[in-house]
Design a binder for this molecule. Structure first.
Ligand code: ATP
Ligand code: MG
Length: 572
């Protein structure tokens, strides 16, 4: 399975950010519910991350969908931490999740919830299931339980503990809670049907013993509720109307409904229940999405932390220079579907270009500098030049820089033996320095190894930009040594060499791209001296760049290239 065999998403709605979202099967359900008055016209969604990792671009899709639908329908979206597993969860993850949801442009204000806040209720409901004969304490070993669970083709077998009395179950469950039993000694299971064709209904476990402190409830509990049981009840307690989740939960939906229907039946919860609706996960080419793998890449140092700019975590994308608007645009274009979705990394970059073209300030930066000496321009003088901050918005004013005797141009803008159709600088040829003069290459200087180390040129004083003089075919960017600033610039490539690192013969790490980071010393025009970390710039002809929020220091900015200007990426 590769991204290239998958349907492309249309990019032609560029910039059309105010258009009402296209209809989809989830909207159709909501529209029908609103028409029938099922939830009294309310729309309450939730985004339910487990605080066991950093959010990635796949989560962004879910966030944009849940918060976006709530916004469109005049409803609300809850941020709920599904913090039922004390072993893997951490406050660091929680903080980063809140930060990234807000960064994406969504607010949860007073709508911040924690599954752990429902632990008392969840426990009381579990007792209620026991009292109704719908749950029992199982004391089989993990191995016995696995064997007795059956397979996709064979039914499971009832546990020998399945018919324990209500009183015994209540006593054991209480002992579990009081810490009298070791991890794994007992679990609490719903009594549904060990022969069900749906394995999720074969007496699913709903409580297990874990003698571990929880980052929010401390040492209060040593029994913790399982995800499936917790999730549906949390949704119902918050009066969620539409509970959107990814497709792998489709087979869990009967359990979701089973639990809630019984609690409504006995008046523990009000009707109607939330409706679970599944949609396809987002997969992005050249990435892996599994949290376990992301954690491994971080812990083993294949990337430089969760916010490495090559990473598709939201923290990484932000640091790289992706804007919240570009990610929302990308998520909107990706749409929602029931079919597995592979989206090309190029689509994410296109969304950024489409967002930034109209807004990013322009600047010139030379990433691979070669020195040009203008021999007929006197030393110690300069010629003031300027260019618009944005070519289509005069109101944003001009940026100033100085043409002088020594300037830098891009090494690739010079060719000693030019190929046909090369209109930039060549020996004896002319080129325009953007926003300045036409120069002519008179001769070049090489080092012992034959590399060009300097170009000697003359300029034509009658050709200053904007004065109506003659023109030539090529125009290149430049920075003058007199007022330019030097800075480290980081250029990124895909972290993996293949579209689907999970699909290969070997381990996904075998496909890491060893050349995913290139660091260069660039010359930048002076307006970039005051760049702020959250600003995006278009470096003319070179792409979109942002000052790195982690590495930049006052007077020593480090820039990241978020993307090139064109979609020219090819696997190396
Ligand atoms: P885990 O395997 O740990 O459950 P997860 O990626 O599902 O990993 P969660 O914290 O449970 O992580 O995810 C929060 C929400 O984001 C869930 O509703 C989940 O369905 C959704 N989500 C996660 N990955 C994607 C994805 N690739 N595309 C769309 N939604 C996703
Ligand atoms: Mg999950």
């Amino acid at each position: 399975m590769t991204a290239s065999s998958s349907p492309k998403i249309a990019s032609d709605s560029a910039g059309d950010r105010s258009s009402p979202s296209v209809s989809n099967f989830i909207r159709q359900v909501i529209d029908a519910d609103n028409a029938s008055g099922k939830h009294g016209g309310k729309v309450i969604t939730r985004f339910p991350p487990e605080p066991n990792g950093y959010l990635h671009i796949g989560h962004a899709k879910s966030i944009c969908l849940n918060f976006g639908l709530a916004k469109d329908y005049g409803g609300v979206c809850h941020l709920r931490f599904d913090d039922t597993n004390p072993v893997k969860e951490d406050i660091e993850y929680e903080d980063s999740i809140k930060e990234m949801v807000e960064w994406l442009g969504f607010s949860f204000n007073d709508k911040l919830f924690y599954a752990s806040d429902y632990f008392d209720t969840l426990y009381a409901f579990a007792q209620h299931f026991i009292e109704r004969g719908l749950a029992y304490v199982d004391s089989q070993s993990a191995d016995e339980m696995r064997v007795n669970r059956g397979t996709l083709t064979e039914p499971g077998r009832n546990s020998p503990f399945r018919d324990r009395s209500v009183a015994e179950n209540l006593r054991l469950f209480d002992e579990m809670k009081r810490g009298l039993h070791a991890d794994g000694a007992h679990i609490l299971r719903l009594k549904i049907d060990m022969a069900s064709p749906n394995i999720n209904l074969r007496d699913p476990a709903i409580y297990r013993i874990r003698h571990t402190e929880h980052h929010r409830t401390g040492a209060k509990w040593c029994v913790y509720p399982m995800y499936d049981y917790t999730h549906c009840i949390s949704d119902a307690l918050e009066r969620i109307t539409h509970s959107l989740c990814t497709l792998e939960f489709e087979a869990h939906r009967p359990l979701y409904d089973w639990v809630l229907e019984r609690l409504v039946e006995s008046g523990k919860l009000p009707a109607p229940n939330p409706q679970q609706i599944e949609f396809a996960r987002l997969n992005l080419s050249y990435t892996v999405m599994s949290k376990r793998k992301l954690l491994e890449l971080v812990e083993k140092g294949y990337v430089d932390g969760w916010d490495d700019p090559r990473f598709w975590t939201l923290a990484g994308l932000r640091r790289r220079g992706f804007t919240p608007a570009s990610i929302r645009l990308f998520a909107e274009r990706a749409g929602v579907s029931k079919a597995h979705q592979w989206i090309d990394m190029g689509d994410l970059e296109r969304a950024l270009r489409d967002d930034l073209d109209a807004v990013a300030s322009r600047a010139m930066a030379v990433l691979d500098p070669i020195r040009v000496v203008i021999e007929n321009y006197p030393e110690g003088q300069f010629e003031p030049c300027s260019a618009p901050v944005h070519p289509h918005d005069e109101s944003r004013g001009k940026r100033d820089f100085k043409f002088a005797r020594e300037v830098f141009i891009e090494r690739e803008d010079f060719m000693e033996n030019p190929v046909k159709g090369f209109f930039r600088l060549v020996p004896g040829g002319e080129v325009r320095l953007r926003h300045a003069f036409i120069i002519k290459c008179e001769r070049i200087e090489k080092d012992a190894a034959g590399n060009v180390i300097a170009i000697y040129a003359t300029y034509d004083p009658a050709t200053k930009s904007g004065t109506g003089g003659r023109n030539v075919k090529g125009a290149i960017h430049w920075v003058s040594k007199l007022d330019g600033i030097q800075a480290e610039v980081r250029l990124y490539d895909r972290l993996f060499n293949v579209e689907n690192p999970d699909a290969g013969e070997g381990d996904y790490k075998d496909y890491l791209n060893p050349n995913s980071l290139k660091i260069v010393n660039a010359w930048l025009e002076p307006s970039l001296a005051n760049a702020k970390v959250d600003e995006s710039w278009q470096f003319e002809r070179n792409g979109y760049f942002t000052a790195d929020r982690k590495l930049s220091r006052p007077g020593a900015l480090v820039f990241n290239r978020a993307t090139t200007l064109k979609d020219g990426w090819k696997p190396t």
